[in-house]
Design a protein around this ligand. Structure first.
Ligand code: SAH
Length: 336
């Protein structure tokens, strides 16, 4: 175990078997988290990049088994924010000094690439980066949004276990999702992916494959977190016990991809009272405070209990762990 960790620290490369060994054995977890923290410090420093998250629609054409906004869920109020409302929320974040606006939504075709392009162009009149997280679209649509000025795109692969992917995503195609990620890279987006940890029948082997997938894709960002079962989904009775394992997958990802951006995800904070800070001390360097207005934030219930961040107190909390808030847009600076 110690040898594997040393190798990871030195070469940032491990075989699938070695990753499995680290994931299976819990005897040196603290050392793994520590090593990831040191690697984070060495490669991306002590600055934390804040990204303002705006959840602009929960109207979804998909039916993912874990997600609370799946189309089959009749127990939620559906909403769409107007372009003007989205721009106003972005403006709030920009006034607070945020350098990245993340536009996230369910898969809602009402927002065509052209509609989104207009919103992006408006936001890009400010000196900020724009990240999209809106699901699968065609190459041409991704291109329209890129040409409008979008800088980054988040699209988690969710799991690289094809069988499991198929079960959890009715009428979706794993290969198409991979193709989307390749298209995004080709178009020059900073591309983020990631996975869910703690899915039913998910194996340690497949989590090792997930990590190798991130590396193979050369993802610029990796966001991952534990499954938090939602009562109105088929996974409602499944236990929410993925915290430690998701932290480990995240830490190993940092060890193997030292210069990428890794968020301390909201799911980690939701499942563990101090999850965000623990994640920031185990490899993460990014945080995504929610700027959606309160009503719609609650209606964007992909999982229950979604924790918000009191951004007025962020700086104090960071200071305590020796970290500062970045003033830059926080693009990946490739070192390899
Ligand atoms: N529609 C967009 C955005 C999805 S929401 C897209 O397809 O990319 C962002 C992420 O939330 C998803 O990628 C998924 O990994 C995560 N998520 C959804 N339901 C969840 C749940 N019940 N528990 C934890 N994470 C969940």
């Amino acid at each position: 175990m110690e040898k594997i960790l040393e190798k990871a620290l030195k070469y940032h490369k491990l075989s699938k078997e070695e990753i499995i060994e680290l994931l299976k054995n819990n005897s040196i977890n603290d050392k793994i988290f520590n090593a990831a923290d040191n690697t984070r410090k060495k490669y991306v420093g002590d600055e934390i990049h804040l990204r303002a998250l705006i959840e602009f629609s929960n109207i979804c054409k998909r039916n993912c088994f874990y997600c609370g906004v799946r189309s089959a869920n009749k127990n939620i109020e559906r909403y769409r924010l107007s372009p003007n409302d989205i721009i106003t929320l972005a403006q709030n974040a920009i006034e607070r000094g945020y350098k990245t606006i993340v536009l996230q939504s369910a898969e809602d075709e009402y927002y065509t690439a052209e509609v989104l392009a207009k919103i992006i162009k408006e936001i890009k009149k400010n000196d900020v980066a724009v990240t999209l997280s809106i699901g699968e679209r065609s190459f041409d649509e991704y291109k329209v949004m890129k040409d409008a000025g979008a800088d980054r795109f988040l699209l988690r692969i969710e799991t690289t276990d094809k069988e499991l992917y198929k079960k959890l995503h009715p009428n979706m195609d794993f290969d198409n999702r991979v193709q989307c990620l390749k298209n995004l890279k080709k178009l020059g987006y900073e591309t983020g992916t990631g996975c869910l940890v703690g899915l039913p029948n998910q194996t340690i082997e497949s989590l090792a494959d997930d990590i190798l997938f991130f590396k193979e894709l050369d993802a610029d960002m990796v966001g991952l977190g534990p499954l938090i079962p939602h009562k109105d989904t088929p996974l409602k009775d499944f236990p929410a016990n993925g915290f430690e394992l998701s932290l480990k997958v995240m830490a190993i990802t940092r060890l193997l991809m030292p210069d990428i951006n890794i968020p301390a995800t909201t799911a980690m904070e939701t499942i563990h009272p101090n999850g965000r800070i623990i994640a920031l001390q185990s490899g993460a360097n990014v945080l995504m405070p929610n700027f959606t207005d309160e009503l719609h934030r609650n209606q964007y219930e992909i999982y229950p209990g979604k924790k918000s961040i009191d951004y007025t107190k962020l700086e104090e909390g960071f200071k305590k762990i020796g970290r500062t808030i970045s003033k830059s847009k926080g693009f990946r600076e490739k070192t390899t």
